[in-house]
Design a protein around this ligand. Structure first.
Ligand SMILES: CC(C)(COP(=O)(O)OP(=O)(O)OC[C@H]1O[C@@H](n2cnc3c(N)ncnc32)[C@H](O)[C@@H]1OP(=O)(O)O)[C@@H](O)C(=O)NCCC(=O)NCCS
Length: 269
């Protein structure tokens, strides 16, 4: 099965995702761990969190904790550095019912341009199209999850794309289950992988796709929270998230990286 699985990205990131997929199989019954196809993360950042993140990074190249207090982030990153690990930080944006309401009102006001067709990636989607969507994400510096996640097989969720009249994907938005059913955060979904081809930006594609994904997950998958990591200097993403009711919180996504194993100093934009 591993041979036919769809992974995308640099060789280092593909190797990291393969190792993470294997590790997630071993950890799947432990509510402490979260996973949606990139790296194995930690849902509950208490106790021996620094040691746990460094061990995970040492095994696969990268790890992350969600819900990590902003006030303690610097000291966590210092701890990583003192032990020879790199780090990366995304602000932990989150939206609950306000995201659902904002998304509904956006969809009442905006639609996709008429030349674009909406599609959900599933088991029947040709491998070539899934690879093109992954290529679109990479061209926007967004790390695509494996095909098994995009297709909704490895995780419940949705991967929505807009295709032009040539059948080419021009925009992407995704949301997947990320936490264990026994985690206190089990109804918080990963939401993101927002990517719009450069020549189609500013047409509200990300706004509409992002809103559709939120409404779908709220109404069909029991989502009650949407979580995404945003770099502090990514103004377009911050503004987009705010419009969708997904806003900054008191937390960060704190990543621990073994750059030698990963082969780069970031996982995603
Ligand atoms: C972020 C991104 C997905 C936005 O895609 P898009 O389809 O052009 O966005 P939309 O047209 O739907 O814009 C919706 C809102 O986002 C904000 N926005 C989008 N582009 C912006 C920009 N360049 N500067 C500031 N705000 C911007 C605005 O609030 C906009 O609403 P408005 O049109 O009423 O002003 C796109 O710029 C992209 O692919 N960037 C690279 C990848 C990335 O950063 N992804 C997010 C990772 S967290």
């Amino acid at each position: 099965m591993a041979g036919v699985e769809e992974f995308f990205g640099s060789p280092g990131k593909i190797a990291m995702m393969k190792r993470s997929a294997a590790l997630s199989t071993l950890l799947k019954d432990d509510p402490r761990y979260a996973y949606y196809g990139r790296m194995v993360g930690v849902s509950d950042p208490t106790g021996d969190i620094a040691e746990t993140l460094m061990a995970l990074a040492h095994l696969v190249g990268a790890s992350a904790t969600y819900y990590y207090p902003k006030t303690s982030a610097d000291s966590l990153f210092r701890n990583f550095a003192e032990n020879g690990y790199a780090s990366d930080r995304h602000e932990h944006y989150w939206g609950g019912h306000s995201a659902y309401v904002a998304s509904q009102s956006i969809l009442a006001e905006h639609a996709l341009p008429e030349d674009l067709q909406l599609m959900v990636i599933d088991e029947k989607t040709p491998r070539s199209l899934v690879a093109e969507v992954a290529g679109l994400c990479q061209s926007c510096e967004v790390m695509p999850v494996p095909g098994s996640t995009m297709r909704g097989r490895a995780r419940r969720g949705i991967n929505l794309i807009a295709c032009d009249q040539h059948g080419r994907p021009v925009a992407n938005a995704s949301s997947f289950v990320m936490h264990h059913p026994k985690s206190p955060y089990c109804n918080d979904m990963f939401w993101g992988m927002l990517a719009t081809r450069e020549d189609r930006r500013g047409e509200k594609l990300a706004l509409v796709l992002g809103a559709k994904v939120i409404v779908h997950m709220w109404e069909n998958e029991g989502a009650r929270g949407f979580t995404t990591g945003v770099r502090d200097d990514n103004a377009p993403s911050k503004s987009l998230c705010n419009k969708l009711g997904v806003t900054d919180s008191d937390w960060v996504f704190a990543q621990c990286l073994d750059t030698e194993i990963l082969g780069s100093s970031t996982v995603t934009k």
